[in-house]
Structure formats: C-alpha cells, structure tokens
Design a protein around this ligand. Sequence first.
Ligand SMILES: *[C@@H]1O[C@H](CO)[C@@H](O)[C@H](O)[C@H]1NC(C)=O
Ligand SMILES: *[C@@H]1O[C@H](CO)[C@@H](O)[C@H](O)[C@H]1NC(C)=O
Ligand SMILES: *[C@@H]1O[C@H](CO)[C@@H](O)[C@H](O)[C@H]1NC(C)=O
Ligand SMILES: *[C@@H]1O[C@H](CO)[C@@H](O)[C@H](O)[C@H]1NC(C)=O
Ligand SMILES: *[C@@H]1O[C@H](CO)[C@@H](O)[C@H](O)[C@H]1NC(C)=O
Ligand SMILES: *[C@@H]1O[C@H](CO)[C@@H](O)[C@H](O)[C@H]1NC(C)=O
Ligand SMILES: *[C@@H]1O[C@H](CO)[C@@H](O)[C@H](O)[C@H]1NC(C)=O
Ligand SMILES: *[C@@H]1O[C@H](CO)[C@@H](O)[C@H](O)[C@H]1NC(C)=O
Ligand SMILES: *[C@@H]1O[C@H](CO)[C@@H](O)[C@H](O)[C@H]1NC(C)=O
Ligand SMILES: *[C@@H]1O[C@H](CO)[C@@H](O)[C@H](O)[C@H]1NC(C)=O
Ligand SMILES: *[C@@H]1O[C@H](CO)[C@@H](O)[C@H](O)[C@H]1NC(C)=O
Ligand SMILES: *[C@@H]1O[C@H](CO)[C@@H](O)[C@H](O)[C@H]1NC(C)=O
Length: 467
Amino acid sequence: MDVAPLTVFHWWFVFCTLPGLQMTEIENIYVTIGSDVNIKCPNAKVNTWQYFESKKLLCDLLWNGQNSINPNLTASDRLNVTSDCQLLIQNFTTTDICTYFCYEKKNDSKGYKLHVQLRNLTIDGTDHFGVIQSTEGTNLTLRCIVTGFLLGDKTYWTTNNKLLVSGKTRSLNHTLTAHRSYNMNEFTCTTENSKETQPLIAHVRLNLILKPSVFITVSVNSGVRKKGMDVFVRQGKDIELQCREKDNESKNGVIFRWLYNGNMFQNNTNVIILNKIKPETSGLYTCNASNKAGRDSDTVNIIVTYFPLVQTEDITFNGMNRPRTLNCNVSGEPNTYILIWRHYTYNNQLIRMFNKSTSGMLILPEGEADDLVFEDSGFYICNVTNGIPDDCGKLWQSGKIKVMVEGSSFEQANGRMNMGFPLDIFIVFRLLIKHYFMGSHWMYLVIDVFIKFKTQEKKTFKTTLLS
Ligand SMILES: *[C@@H]1O[C@H](CO)[C@@H](O)[C@H](O)[C@H]1NC(C)=O
Ligand SMILES: *[C@@H]1O[C@H](CO)[C@@H](O)[C@H](O)[C@H]1NC(C)=O
Ligand SMILES: *[C@@H]1O[C@H](CO)[C@@H](O)[C@H](O)[C@H]1NC(C)=O
Ligand SMILES: *[C@@H]1O[C@H](CO)[C@@H](O)[C@H](O)[C@H]1NC(C)=O
Ligand SMILES: *[C@@H]1O[C@H](CO)[C@@H](O)[C@H](O)[C@H]1NC(C)=O
Ligand SMILES: *[C@@H]1O[C@H](CO)[C@@H](O)[C@H](O)[C@H]1NC(C)=O
Ligand SMILES: *[C@@H]1O[C@H](CO)[C@@H](O)[C@H](O)[C@H]1NC(C)=O
Ligand SMILES: *[C@@H]1O[C@H](CO)[C@@H](O)[C@H](O)[C@H]1NC(C)=O
Ligand SMILES: *[C@@H]1O[C@H](CO)[C@@H](O)[C@H](O)[C@H]1NC(C)=O
Ligand SMILES: *[C@@H]1O[C@H](CO)[C@@H](O)[C@H](O)[C@H]1NC(C)=O
Ligand SMILES: *[C@@H]1O[C@H](CO)[C@@H](O)[C@H](O)[C@H]1NC(C)=O
Ligand SMILES: *[C@@H]1O[C@H](CO)[C@@H](O)[C@H](O)[C@H]1NC(C)=O
C-alpha cells in the first residue's frame, strides 16, 4: 500500500479525534489572483496547517526539517511557512481558494477556519445579469463596494471612458439623475492598488423604464398615412388610429387612454378603429400614454371630407333693389370652394360667365340707379367643387337658380335677344311709337333699343315716356 494516502488518513484521523479541539473562530481573508499571500493564524501558538475540506495536511512544524511544507501537494512549490508558522502562498491562483484550518496540536487548543476568497468589487442592487432597473427621471445612487479593502485602494466610477467620481474608501457612490440617454448604458467601477497586479473591475448596466413618448398614426383602409396634425379622410372609409411609442419597448408598462374632443373615449388600448366614417366622426383624437415614469400625449385632427351639397332658391328681384345677390348654399369638407357661375337664358343659351370665386354669394354687377336691368333674369348655374369628388366620381356639383326681375315684361324677349352672337356690336336706335297732344304740349312714347351681342352687363331695353 502506498504510504501517502495512509499518512493523510492518519492525520485526518488525528484531527477528528483530537479530544478538546474547539473550532470556534472563523475569519475571512481576501486576496487577489497573482499576489503573494501571507496568512497568519489568529492563534499565536500554532503548529499545524490543513486544508479544511480535504483534511490534507499542509505543514506541521513538529516535523523534522527546515521546510515543513508537505512536498506531496500540487501547490507545494508556491507554499512556505515561516518560523512562527505563518502560511505563505506565492502567486495566488483560483485553485488556492478554499478554507484553511490552523490549530495547535494539543488538548483544548483552539482551531481557526480561515476562508480565503478573492477580493472583489460589488455594485449594490444589481441582478444576476449585472443590471440595475430604475425609472427615468429618478435620482439613482450607484454604489460600489470593495470586499477585502486594502490600504492604498483607489476606486473610481467611469462611463464611456469618462471619469465620474473617485475615492479611496471602502465604498464609492455615484449619484445621477436617470436621464433617458443613460438607458442601457454601462457604468464601470474600478479599484486599483499599487501593490496589486490586477485591478478589480465591476460593470453595471442601467435598464430604465422610460417616460412614454408617443405619436399617432392613421391608417385609412389599411394604408398608413403619414401623420400630420390634420388628417383628411373621405367619408365612408375605415380608419385605424394607432398610438405608438417612439421607443417601442413594451417593458415600459404604458397605459393608453383615448380622448375624443377632450372627453373620455376609450381605455387600455393603443388602437382604435372607426368604420365607415361620417362627417360627425370628425374631431380631435388624443392618445394619452402614461407609466410610472411619466406621461405623454399626441393628438390628431380627423377631418372627414365630403363633396359639397348645394342648396339654392329661386329668386325674384324687385326692380330697384340693389345689390342683387344670388346664393348657392354649399356645405362640404374641406369648406373651401371654387365656384364658377354661369348665366343662361330661360332656354339655356349661355349669356355670361363670372369670374371664379370662393364664396357661394354672387353679387350681380350694377347698372345705373334707375336701370331695372331686366336682362339679369334667366337661369344661374353655380358650379362648385372642394376637390372632393362625389360617389360617382364627379368633381363638380352644381346648383340652379331661376332669377326673375319684377316688372320685366321682356323675359321672353330677353330670352330671344341673348342669342350668344360672337360679335360685340352695340346698336342703339329709338322707335317713336306714338305721339299725343296733351292740351299744351306733346307726349311721345319712345322705345330706346340698345343691343349688345355677346352681352355682358349693358342694359338692353329701356322704355321711357318722354314729355
Ligand atoms: C510524501 O510522499 C512520500 C512518497 O510518496 C512519502 O514518503 C512522504 O511520507 C509523504 N509526505 C507526507 C508529509 O505525507
Ligand atoms: C521558504 O522560506 C525559507 C525561509 O523562510 C527559504 O529559505 C526557502 O527558500 C523558502 N522556500 C520557497 C520554496 O520559497
Ligand atoms: C503566476 O502564475 C501564473 C500561472 O498560474 C504564471 O503565468 C505566472 O508567471 C506566475 N507568476 C509568477 C511571478 O510566478
Ligand atoms: C489530553 O487528553 C487526553 C485524553 O482526554 C488526556 O489523557 C491527557 O491527559 C490530556 N493531556 C493534557 C496535556 O491535558
Ligand atoms: C464578491 O464577494 C462577495 C462577498 O464575499 C460575494 O458574495 C460575491 O459572490 C463575490 N463576487 C464575485 C464576483 O466574486
Ligand atoms: C435629484 O437630485 C437633484 C439634486 O442633485 C434634485 O435637484 C432633484 O430634485 C432630485 N430629483 C428627485 C426626483 O428626487
Ligand atoms: C452611498 O449610498 C448609500 C445608499 O445607496 C448610502 O446609504 C450611503 O450613505 C452613501 N455613502 C456616501 C458616502 O454617500
Ligand atoms: C419597433 O417598431 C418598428 C416599426 O414598427 C419595428 O420594425 C421594430 O421591430 C420594433 N422594435 C422592437 C424592438 O419592437
Ligand atoms: C377610462 O379610465 C378613466 C380613469 O380610469 C375613467 O374615468 C373613464 O371612465 C374610463 N373610460 C372608459 C371609456 O372606459
Ligand atoms: C392627458 O395628457 C395631458 C398631458 O399630456 C394631461 O394634461 C391630461 O390630464 C391627460 N388626461 C388624461 C385623461 O389622462
Ligand atoms: C342659405 O343659408 C342661409 C343661412 O344658412 C339661409 O338663411 C338661407 O335661407 C339659405 N339659402 C338657401 C337658398 O338655402
Ligand atoms: C362645371 O365646371 C367644370 C369646369 O369648368 C366643367 O367641366 C363642368 O362641365 C361644369 N359642370 C356644370 C354642370 O356646369
């Protein structure tokens, strides 16, 4: 049988059967990889070192010989023991991390468990993934703690290679206001010591609950419209309003609320669907988004567009009333229109066309004050559009007004006279119909005839009684 296992067994046996041994004291010792470690047993009277778990003997000063290290250990060449029985470990490695046990081999001696661990740096509040959760806008303290602090340790916080704070204390705080730009940023804590070859480094990543930042998109019959404040949509379409987060991260725990013209409309959804919209659907739709970090809102103005409806009434002008105005009552959305008026004879001959206008009111040009302007009579067609075609695709809608001028006995004549000749000749002649002798003087009934072909606004007939 091999001797080594026997020996180990022997010492294990001795250790376990030591009658008065009390393992009361436990101490933590922090070391750095690569450093030379000097472990002193708290009890000055000590002669034996052992690995606690495996019970392997490290040294026994009762052994003969100067170097009392057990030569059979893998780490023997890096181990040494001083004359006063301090254990020395050179070039510390992870394999040296364990619990060491020292005691004096005699009755009633005290044994000491020494946990030798790596010096390290911890950041308060981090999870398994090295992340700290917080909320945008809150004040947050990043706290870095040196376990196994040594005199001469210098600790500092950095981010993106920028120094934030430094200190020579066991723990170092860096307080910041969690700005949204810090989300997912990494902050690093470093501890250096001139005696140590390797600095201690710890990282933390901030995971912030961001204040919502939302915008509304409007989809019309499934096609997405670019969002502006005003969104024009044809009557009868289906629309979908979607409240989107700029940082579309569902983790932000956003609660959505919709308002229609400032009144509660719908809750707990970021989408609203409106089918077959009507003019009454028009209005301001606001999405309010909130979470524990704050709130945000966006508003769109939905304007349901429809072609103009034209209402008219026939009108009879009293001979002298001025001005003579015609009305095409138009209602449509958008409510900006282009109107073109045309004047026709009763038998549909075009007499004149007026300049384009934007209002439904037409003021007929005035003649002289005493001019009855019978030729204003006829049909007026107002032709109007707001850019929205009707259901048949017609862009122009029209209204028709029959205009009569009171006292006009020449309606039919008017019809005949305005024949739409291409010439622009002005003919004036006077017919002497009859003359009477009224006692002292003559009365003449005359008819002045003015004819203007392709007439615009000149008087045509004028009946006068001259004395
Ligand atoms: C180390 O091993 C050698 C040979 O295997 C043995 O002679 C010696 O006693 C051992 N030493 C100790 C301290 O166990
Ligand atoms: C152990 O220490 C002694 C003196 O304390 C020294 O002579 C010896 O060389 C050291 N051994 C090793 C392996 O460092
Ligand atoms: C310490 O050990 C490492 C490997 O464990 C080795 O690379 C290094 O050279 C050693 N340093 C010294 C000073 O012995
Ligand atoms: C040590 O303990 C043993 C057994 O209990 C006892 O016989 C012996 O006298 C003790 N020795 C001393 C020095 O106390
Ligand atoms: C650092 O030390 C603490 C305290 O000993 C320990 O709880 C932690 O696990 C260690 N962390 C690392 C990364 O070694
Ligand atoms: C955060 O700290 C600053 C001063 O450092 C203070 O002005 C601010 O009110 C604090 N904010 C909160 C939310 O506590
Ligand atoms: C560091 O922050 C902690 C809370 O995270 C606080 O308890 C401690 O007092 C702070 N230390 C210093 C030096 O400000
Ligand atoms: C964010 O939204 C865009 C567009 O909707 C999408 O392409 C992208 O995958 C989303 N990102 C995440 C992280 O959800
Ligand atoms: C939405 O929630 C608010 C507040 O929780 C409540 O006052 C309102 O009645 C709700 N509206 C609807 C449409 O559910
Ligand atoms: C909606 O958000 C605005 C500001 O973003 C806020 O003033 C208003 O109180 C919010 N309304 C509701 C019902 O949450
Ligand atoms: C046009 O509308 C006005 C006011 O809305 C009304 O007074 C008028 O009677 C209407 N005219 C026609 C022709 O409908
Ligand atoms: C209305 O005007 C447009 C353009 O001037 C024309 O194409 C259309 O025929 C007109 N419609 C009527 C009914 O006059």
